[in-house]
Write a protein that binds this ligand. Structure first.
Ligand SMILES: Cc1cc2nc3c(=O)[nH]c(=O)nc-3n(C[C@H](O)[C@H](O)[C@H](O)COP(=O)(O)OP(=O)(O)OC[C@H]3O[C@@H](n4cnc5c(N)ncnc54)[C@H](O)[C@@H]3O)c2cc1C
Length: 394
């Protein structure tokens, strides 16, 4: 498959009015400068700390680019317009709350609302969760280290398991698959263990509980083989979201500081190689595995398209999904959707102030990934030039 297929800017920005296109161009130019992002991040944190009214400015700019709204209700227009362009939405309540029962219970309540919204709604095919949104992360770390709980920790763990049971029972009843996000490697053994347990319990007939593999870890291909054996031996469905992984710097820094071998791959090329290898393995088991490629990487995307073609897997095969974050890599999302592939956008939402950490991460990520932002900037610029030219000719 040729890369030019992804560079059709008319498809890529079909949902943007001329005014929105200009706003996007302005914003991308701004966040393309690392020093400016740094400065603005500091200014924003200060403004929030001393209580300056920044909601309006944020909502009209970076929030509008990367978030679907402040409430689930507000995301409706984004979800509908994406669906008209054959793109489906994954609603992601991006509030990073305190680690207490109140925050965990309200996260559960919101997630159940998402599942109810997704029920019988083809515009929202599945949902996603971070387990750290439902339990104290130090308990996940303790389980990962196989350490004993105290009595009160035991109580907290039981409450957490009840929340999960409530969640997956609802998901089963409403027939809405749930992807469990992958997190830091020191929490991941517990997350893997839980995901496997929930899969054994809920995936007998359908893909309800799905897990995530971060291919920047050097042990994930062998874990993928282990998961395939687990599902074959137990006759259950397997769902895999493949990502490269979001915590590379933090992982390497911690390994260095605490003097243990890093679980990270040695080079980016190693990560890319394993990501593509995992795609092949999943496609070779396509009747068993529901695959979601969560990536903004054009080469991996084209690789997946080619491998599907080689195996005669239909573009809209129900077990193959592509996924990008809202506001990023629209050229991949929209051009795949135009070719009838199953594409989803992760649409984060939440009160403006609560999603600020998410927005800062997006701005920094877009700045730091070599080449990516300039590619997006280039494509938005091209589309503006194309529309300006058309206006002149008409
Ligand atoms: C829909 C979706 C869901 C996601 N869910 C999760 C999730 O559950 N958990 C999670 O951790 N992340 C998640 N991510 C983020 C993802 O892991 C990546 O950080 C992000 O998508 C960038 O990677 P990329 O595949 O788009 O491509 P690229 O831009 O090509 O790759 C960048 C990535 O390559 C890896 N990398 C970079 N340098 C090196 C190096 N020197 N050595 C080894 N590896 C290197 C890192 O993982 C880095 O993030 C998700 C992303 C998307 C789009």
């Amino acid at each position: 498959m040729k890369i030019q297929m992804l560079y059709n800017t008319e498809n890529a920005f079909v949902l943007k009015s001329y005014r929105e296109l200009r706003q996007t161009l302005w914003l991308f130019k701004l966040i393309n400068k690392p020093w400016l992002v740094n400065l603005l991040t500091k200014a924003l944190n200060l403004a929030l700390k001393i209580g300056l009214p920044v909601n309006g400015v944020l909502k009209a700019t970076i929030f509008k680019q990367f978030c679907g709204g402040e409430t689930i209700h507000e995301t409706k227009s984004v979800v509908n317009s994406l669906y008209k362009a054959n793109v489906r939405s994954i609603l992601d309540y991006s509030v990073e709350g305190e680690e207490d029962d109140h925050a965990f219970d309200s996260a559960l309540k919101e997630l159940i609302k998402i599942i109810e919204t997704a029920h019988n709604n083809p515009a929202i095919p599945y949902t996603c969760i971070k387990l750290t949104g439902f339990v104290q992360s130090y308990l996940l770390e303790k389980v990962s280290l196989k350490k004993e709980f105290t009595e009160s920790e035991n109580q907290d763990w039981i409450l957490f398991l009840k929340r999960m049971e409530n969640l997956f029972e609802t998901a089963t009843e409403m027939n809405v698959p749930v992807y469990i996000d992958a997190e830091e490697s020191w929490l991941q053994p517990a997350i893997d263990l839980l995901a496997e347990g929930f899969m054994l319990r809920y995936n007998k007939e359908k893909h309800i509980v799905l897990t995530t593999l971060q291919m920047y870890r050097h042990d994930r291909l062998s874990y993928l083989h282990k998961l395939i054996a687990l599902s074959q031996n137990n006759n259950i469905k397997l769902g895999i979201k493949l990502v490269r992984g979001a915590y590379l710097e933090r992982e390497n820094a911690r390994a260095l500081e605490m003097n243990y071998p890093t679980p990270m791959q040695k080079t980016k090329e190693d990560t890319d190689r394993d990501f593509n290898k995992a795609i092949e393995i999943c496609l070779d088991h396509i009747d068993l595995i529901m695959l979601c490629a969560g990536t903004h990487n054009e080469i991996s995307t084209l690789f997946l398209l080619d491998e599907m073609k080689k195996r005669n897997i239909a573009n809209d095969h129900p077990n193959v999904y592509f996924s990008q974050l809202y506001g990023m890599s629209d050229h991949i999302t929209m051009n795949l959707a135009a070719e009838n592939y199953n594409v989803t956008k992760y649409v984060p939402y939440g009160p403006v102030r609560s999603v600020v950490p998410y927005l800062i991460r997006r701005a920094n990520e877009n700045t730091s990934i070599a080449g990516q932002m300039s590619r997006e900037l280039e494509l938005v610029t091209q589309e503006k030039v194309r529309r300006d030219r058309n206006k002149l000719l008409n």
